[in-house]
Design a protein around this ligand. Sequence first.
Ligand SMILES: Cc1cc2nc3c(=O)[nH]c(=O)nc-3n(C[C@H](O)[C@H](O)[C@H](O)COP(=O)(O)OP(=O)(O)OC[C@H]3O[C@@H](n4cnc5c(N)ncnc54)[C@H](O)[C@@H]3O)c2cc1C
Length: 363
Amino acid sequence: MGGGLAGLTAAIHLTQGGHAVTVIEKSPYPRHKVCGEYISNETLPYLKTLGVDPMKDGAIPIDTFNFTHINGKNFRSSLPLGGYGISRFKMDALLFEKARDLGCTFVFDRVVEVRFEQGLFYVETANDKTFKAGLVIGAHGKRSNLDVSLSRKFAARKSPWLAIKAHYTCDVQENEVALHNFKGGYCGISKVEDDAVNVCYLATYESFKNYRDITAYQDQVLCENPYLRDFFATAKMTFKKPLTIGQVSFDNKELVKDHILMCGDSATLIHPLCGNGMAMAIMGARLLSKTIIKHYNLGTLNREKLEADYQKAWKKEFYGRLRAGRMLQSVFQNETLSGLTVNVAKTFPALIPKVISLTHGKP
Ligand SMILES: Cc1cc2nc3c(=O)[nH]c(=O)nc-3n(C[C@H](O)[C@H](O)[C@H](O)COP(=O)(O)OP(=O)(O)OC[C@H]3O[C@@H](n4cnc5c(N)ncnc54)[C@H](O)[C@@H]3O)c2cc1C
């Protein structure tokens, strides 16, 4: 359920592993998504084994991190692993084409309900179709109608975050992902293919609610940071209007709910300032696919053991990054602490790559 990065990666891996996979996705490809569009190099060797190489499709290599504070101070650091910039418009379409060419079935419809009865799933869609399956992966992203229908706890809680993204043309440092702090959030800027510049920011509702629209908010809040002021003074937006999403939740979520195996953001979203959510979606899909293939190869499927193995492996792989991400988020949300971080980073530059490594995995 869901053909974003997690769903598509799992679809390719499982199809290559000899399984019959159907992806049910509500939005046809290609389409833009709210996302910073910087992907860690952790993913590259694995993607190549799946037959997908973003670097051959125009992705931009990125090896430097630039953090700027509202007070005009900044620090630059090398990125220990580095990454690449590619739009979700391009990346999701690349994975979709690969999965489709391998023979994976695609259904463009919205899943509205899932039932598990006597060892089988019944997946119902908005167009009144019912699909039967032995296994279901929940790869439906941060928050979906499905989370409500599955009565997931986080879906009942309000989140204080919203996010906004658009592409621009502007002259920016090509090999750099920048994170610009402002009161109430932070804004990522980096290049993607075809000379486009992605601008994507996370902001609290609290800081946004007093402004009449996105332009007023950007002019009066984001542009307090001199780097963002300079950027917006010269950059030209290429989208008709920015994309927005609300209720961006960083709560812990169940990794397995009603026997559905959750993957990607449906399993938990790491704070975007880490630039690791997409890697976690891709590498999480790898981990899940490998666990599924291993269990099916045993002959009879022991669902309980499969679910337990997956949860154990997921926690081992990702808990450390999530913890580090939460810690960094609380530092960067605080104006004084983030100002101090700039000073510390300038005095001890070797510290920053070490901290970044805590939020990332290895290839
Ligand atoms: C502001 C912001 C900036 C970010 N920046 C970065 C970054 O720079 N680098 C990084 O690595 N990560 C970043 N992330 C995180 C990253 O975007 C996610 O971790 C990643 O998209 C997760 O992929 P996914 O496949 O789990 O979910 P998604 O990509 O959201 O895919 C979910 C899919 O499920 C479909 N779907 C949902 N409900 C249904 C339904 N009922 N039926 C059928 N289909 C359904 C959706 O249409 C969608 O295609 C950022 C996140 C935010 C909020």
